[in-house]
Design a protein around this ligand. Sequence first.
Ligand code: ADP
Length: 624
Amino acid sequence: MQFGTRLGSAGQDRSTWMAVLFLVVAVLAPTACVFWFMNDAARNQADAARMSLTEAYRGQMRFLRDNLESFWQKRAADLSDSPVDFRKMVMAGLADSVVYVNSDVPPALAADPLSDRADWRSAEALESRNASAAPAAYAAIAKADSDPSVAARAAQAQVRSLLRAGQKADALQAIRENFVTGRAAKGTDLQGRLIAADERMLALQLMNARDRPYTAAVEHLSSLLNDYHAAIPPAQRLFLMGQLRTLAHVDFPTYEAERLRAQFLEVDSAQPGEPGIQASRVPGVWKLTAKTGRVIALYRTETVLASARSFLDRQNSSSVRFAITPPGSAGAGESFSAGPLLPGWQISFSLLDTKAVDDLARQRTVSYFWVGYLVIAAIAVTGLMVGQSFRRQARLAHLKTDLVAAVSHELKTPLASMRVLVDSLLEDAEFNPRKTREYLELIAGENTRLTRLMENFLTFSRIERNRQRFAFAETKPADVVQAAVNAMRDRLQAPDCHLRVDVTPELPVLNADQDALVTVLLNLLDNAFKYTREDKRISIHAYSQDGHVVFAVEDNGIGIPAREHKRIFRRFYQIDRRLTRETGGCGLGLSIVDFIVRAHGSEVRVQSEAGAGSAFQVLLPCAS
Ligand code: ADP
C-alpha cells in the first residue's frame, strides 16, 4: 500500500501550462533582453568610461590652451622696443634673441665726409708712400677735429700707419690715448661700426697675454661688448665677442643670442609678422612679434616647448601625461589645437594608468547591473501577479463549467428516480402499504443523497468564495463518529453491507468544528459505500496515536491506483466517470475533506491499491 496526500485544483493542468507559457513570453523574454542589454552595456562601459575621462581631460586641455595663450599674449606685451634692453631680455629668459625692426636693418652707406679734405688726402698720400710722417699727419687730424667719427678714423689710420712702420709700442700707445677715454672713443666708421671697439681688439692682439695691462684690457673690452648702451652694431658685436672668446676665453651671456640674431637676419627679414608664435626661415626657430610691432623675439623650439611644459607639468599626474608638439610632429594620444597664438602646435595627453578608467567602468557596470536586476525583479513580480490573476481567472472559468455540468448531472439522476417512484405510486388505483413504504424509503434515500450533494455544493461554494467559517470548540471524537454513522445508517444497513464501528473509549477531546468533522467522515463513508461492490465491508475506527486522534475509514472496494492518490483530492477529479455516473458524485467530496482537515492543521492520508480496498486516515491533534 502507498501513502498519498492532497491535491491541487481539478482541471488546472491546462491553466498551469497557460500560466507557464505566459511567464515564458511575458517574463523570461524581457528578462533575457534585459540581460542582453546589461551585458552589452557592461561591455561598452570601458569605452564609455575612457571617453568620459577623455572628455574630462579635454576640459583640462582647454584650460591649458587658455593658459598658454595668455602666457604668449603677456610675453608679446612684455617685449621691450629698446635695443639697450637686449641683454636684459635675453638674461631674463624673455627671448632666445631679439631683432629690432628698424635698428637691425643695416643703414645705407653714408657719403665719406673726409674724401674731399686736403689734410686727409695728404695724410693718405704719405701713408701710401710709406713715409714716416704719415702717423703724425693722421694724429694731427685726430687731435684737431671735433667730430668723434673723424677723430676716430684719423686715430685708426694713425695706428695702422704706425704698425706698418713697425712701431707696435707707439701703436698701442695711440690706441690707449684715443680709444679708451678720448673723443675718438665714440666715433664710428662709414658702416656705423664703433671704431674704438675694433681698435681695442687690435690692441689685445698686439699685446702679449702676459703683459700686465692685458687682463685689464680684456675686461674693458668685455664690458664694452656687454654694454648695450654702446652703439655697437650687432654684426660687429658678435664678431668681436667671437674674437674675444677665442683669444681670451671670455664667456658672453648674450653670445648665443647674438649668433641667433645674425642667423635670423641672414635668411629672414626683420619685418613684423602675424601675432603669435610663427615659424621663421631659420629651421627650429620661431618668431614672436611684440604688441608694438617694433620688435621680434626669437625662440628655439626647445624654448617654446620648455615654457609650455612648465604649465603642462603642473597638470601631469601618475595617470595622465600632457605634452605639446610643434607643427608637423605627431602627438601621442588625444590631441587638441594649442590655440591661435601657437598655430599648428598641438596639446596632447596620454593615459599612463588605466586603473582610473577601469574603476570608472566597473562602477558604472555595477550600477547598470543593479538597475538591470531591479528591472528584472519588477518584471518577475509583475509577471507573477499577472500570471496569478490569469490562473485564477482560468480556474474560475473551469470551476464554473465543471460546477454547472456536475450540478445538472447530479440533480438529474435522483430527481428522475424520485419522479419514477412517485409516478408509479400514483398510477396504482389503490395504495399498497408495503410497496408505498418501500418506494417512500427509496425516495427518502434519493432525498438524502440529494441533500448530501447540495451540502457538498454549498460547502464547496463557501470554500471557493472564502466564506467557509469553522466554529472550533471542544469536540469528542466519539460524538463525531456517532453523528456520521447515524446520518448514513439507512444506507449502511443495506443487506449486503457490513459496517464495523470501533471507537477507543476515553479518547482525548479535540479542538474542532464538529459539523465539519462529521462532513469529513460522511464523505469518506459515502465513498467507501459507493466504491465497494457486493459484500461491502466498511469500518470506521477512532483511536489515539502520538498525541493525535485518528479517524480511519476502510473498505474492501475497488481501491485506488498509487498514481491517483494525489489527484483524487483535486476538485471535480474522478478516476472513472462511468462508474461515478452509476454511483453518483461529482468529484468534490475528497477536496472538501482535504480542505476541512487542513483547516484543522492536519492532513488526510490514503492507503490503497487497485482492487485491494482503500483506507483513509485523518489525523487530528488533540486539544492541549
Ligand atoms: P466523487 O463524488 O466522485 O466520489 P470524491 O472527491 O469523493 O468524488 O472522490 C474522488 C474520486 O476518488 C472518486 O471519483 C473515486 O474515483 C475515487 N475514490 C474516492 N474514494 C474512494 C474509495 N473509497 N475507493 C475507491 N475509489 C475512491
